[in-house]
Design a protein around this ligand. Structure first.
Ligand code: WT7
Length: 654
């Protein structure tokens, strides 16, 4: 049922469809009761929910967390031990050995899909784990995974978990340099890759990217290559190992290693507002429990469902909601190697029809791109299996929300707009399909155990309807524990600015119903197609070019990507600006970081607006990029106000 808004500014409210509410894991009353209990008695609530997992040694201590003052320290279930892979595989063998765990849908629709049963998953992961052991990988060692979206990516992650090694998945779209930085930062002793990665009808030479990256790494780092295409690769004897040859020798049995709940499961690099990407560390017990329980409730997963999250395992969404959450729940999860528009704009819907997908989870940027292709490709497919539609990665604009609801979901499928971050491990704010009335553009209400607050600039909590900065008051089990080898930076980035809170970096508004509306980042991080980019990273790539003297990068509105990358570039003396140079710089950034960082606009800036102390006034640059030049605000502290006139006159469109 849809209640029309009383005024144009209030969006429509969509109550949960009765047939969904009747069978869902939680209805409105249950949500309210469980949320209240989770906050009033976290020890009791999580102590009970922790039993969703199989523990080798049960925990006696549930929560031991402090956001300061004093040391920031986050520990959940700290005296418990378990194995994450055993929780995602072995414990399901009793009841669901023949059930499909993973459906692999290849890039090309011509290539047959693969159905991997839990029994097969067990054999593959065990064999993979034995190959890792044969290469000398032991508990606590770091392994970098640079693979396409193929089942081997999940096998490799779970194989690490099985032997207690720490994986760090690097998105296969990242450049050799970005890969090398991550290998070096986490001190990996092995990188797992494939020969080539097919995607959207093209291929990326992953092995060759690794060869380039490893030139910048210790020569002790080994390489393990999985064959995907069988294409030509260079080979370095001694360093390089072929997975298939080793797997043929490896036993299919590998006992899962006992790890502490607080032993790291993975490191995942993400961009911050300053400096190099941060190695976000997630540990084993709390993370897995939180991924599992959120997957269960937010997607209302039940036996027999076919759940599809279109993310890549290179991002946290792929970790929590393709691999760990679904498999911990004994679910059937789809892994899709391709892109939404290959071979045509109907691909997502064809895959939904083909595999009878029940939950479909994607990003607003994909929805907007497909919306642009009209209803035809959607209507050509039978989408009657769909029950729940999810969104993640950036705020979803109401037009896209409504199209998703009406054209894809035919008004029958609740939309779960899920707000979370790499750092949070799992979903923090989202509707539950049978419990929460939705409003297009709002992530709605907090998940169990989550206490969001809206803070003003001074860090005071605001009551009732309010707008400010989004922070979280107390810990939840899926929270990141530290930045790899930089606990100080962890404390400083997330707990310094607003004492006693986890600072999200996002702005938000809370309405009169207590619903949260995320308004976007308040720091120097931009969100390009749901991917996080630090403006500082793009700036340092630009200034590394020998024709560039200085650069400042901000986000600008972009119709498909949400935000685009807008660069102001000051050239070295004597260098002439030209369109050719623009292209050269855009390509340069693309090779330095990866295709996702390619600038959308480059404006030549003879000077940048600076304060008298030399600080770049990014606020002004953002306004110019947004084309809101009548709202520049106070420019009186500028060292040279004429600079701004020039920038306004020469702004470019993204
Ligand atoms: C940032 C986190 C969480 C997995 C994907 C991205 C933005 C994410 C939403 C949403 C509004 C959202 C935030 C957040 N974001 N989901 N549903 N509504 N904004 O993970 O790369 O760590 O990025 O993405 O700005 O801080 P990430």
């Amino acid at each position: 049922m849809t209640v029309q808004p009383k005024t144009a500014v209030e969006p429509a409210v969509h109550a949960p469809p009765a047939e969904i509410a009747a069978r869902a894991h939680a209805d409105a009353a249950r949500y309210a009761q469980m949320h209240a209990r989770s906050v009033a008695d976290p020890e009791g609530f999580w102590g009970e929910e922790g039993r969703r997992l199989d523990w080798m040694r049960p925990y006696t201590r549930v929560k031991n967390t402090s956001f300061g003052p004093g040391e920031v320290s986050i520990r959940w279930f700290e005296d418990g031990t378990l194995n994450v892979a055993a929780n995602c595989i072995d414990r399901h063998l009793k009841d669901r050995a023949e059930q499909t765990a993973i459906i692999f849908e290849p890039d090309s629709p011509e290539e047959p899909a693969q159905h991997v049963s839990y029994a097969h998953l067990h054999a593959e992961v065990s064999r993979f784990a034995n190959v890792l052991k044969a290469l000398g990988v032991a508990k606590g060692d770091r392994v970098v995974i640079y693979l396409p979206m193929i089942p081997a990516a999940a096998y490799a992650m779970l194989a690490c978990a099985r032997i207690g090694a720490i994986h760090s998945v690097v998105f296969a779209g990242f450049s050799p340099d970005a890969l090398a930085d991550r290998i070096n930062d986490c001190g990996a002793r092995l990188v797992i890759t494939a020969d080539h990665a097919p995607r959207g009808g093209r291929t990326t030479a992953l092995k060759s990217n690794c060869d380039k990256a490893l030139r910048r790494c210790s020569d002790r780092v080994k390489l393990l290559m999985v064959a995907r295409t069988g294409g030509q690769v260079d080979w370095l004897e001694g360093r390089d190992h072929a997975y298939e040859a080793m797997a043929a020798q490896a036993p299919a049995d590998c006992p899962p290693v006992e790890v502490g709940a607080e032993d790291p499961l993975f490191i995942l690099y993400t961009s911050g507002s300053t400096g190099k990407p941060k190695g976000v560390v997630h540990t084993s017990g709390g993370y897995l429990l939180y991924a599992a329980i959120t997957h269960h409730y937010v997607f209302d997963y039940r036996d027999g469902d076919v759940y599809w999250c279109t993310a890549d395992v290179g991002w946290v969404t792929g970790h929590s909601y393709i691999v760990y959450g679904p498999l911990a729940n004994g679910a059937t999860t789809v892994m899709f190697e391709g892109v939404p528009t290959y071979p045509d704009a109907g691909r997502f819907w064809q895959v939904c029809e083909k595999h009878r997908v029940t939950q479909f989870y994607t990003a607003p940027t994909a929805i907007r791109a497909l919306m642009g292709k009209g209803a035809g490709p959607v209507e050509a497919c039978d989408l009657s299996s769909l029950r729940i539609l999810g969104s993640v990665g950036e705020p979803i604009n109401p037009e896209a929300w409504n199209w998703y609801d009406e054209t894809v979901g035919k008004g029958r499928c609740p939309i779960v707009d899920t707000w979370w971050q790499t750092e949070t491990g799992g979903i923090l704010i989202a509707p539950l399909p049978g419990a929460t009335a939705t409003k297009p553009g709002s992530a709605t209400l907090p998940f169990f155990g989550v206490q969001p607050v809206v803070l003003d600039d001074q860090g005071h909590e605001l009551d009732g309807p309010a707008e400010g900065v989004l922070a979280i008051k107390d810990s939840w089990p899926g929270q990141m524990r530290t930045i790899w080898q930089d606990h100080e930076r962890f404390a400083q980035t997330y707990f310094e600015m607003f004492k006693g809170y986890y600072f999200s970096g996002d702005g938000c508004r809370r309405d009169a119903d207590g619903y949260y509306w995320i308004t976007g980042r308040v720091d120097d991080v931009i969100n390009v197609s749901g991917h996080r980019m630090g403006t500082a990273e793009v700036e340092s790539a630009l200034v590394a070019h020998d024709k560039v003297a200085e650069a400042a990068v901000v986000g600008c509105p972009h119709p498909l990507k949400g935000q685009g990358i807008y660069c102001y570039v000051t050239l070295m003396d004597g260098v002439e600006p030209s369109d050719a140079l623009r292209k050269e710089l855009a390509d340069w950034v693309r090779t330095e970081i990866g295709p996702i960082a390619k600038p959308d606009a480059i404006q030549w800036a003879p000077g940048l607006p600076k304060t008298r102390s030399g600080k770049i006034m990014r606020r002004i640059l953002r306004k110019i990029a947004e084309n809101e030049t009548d709202a520049l605000g106070d420019t009186s502290t500028l060292a040279d106000p004429a600079v701004v006139e020039d920038l306004i006159a020469n702004r470019v469109d993204a």
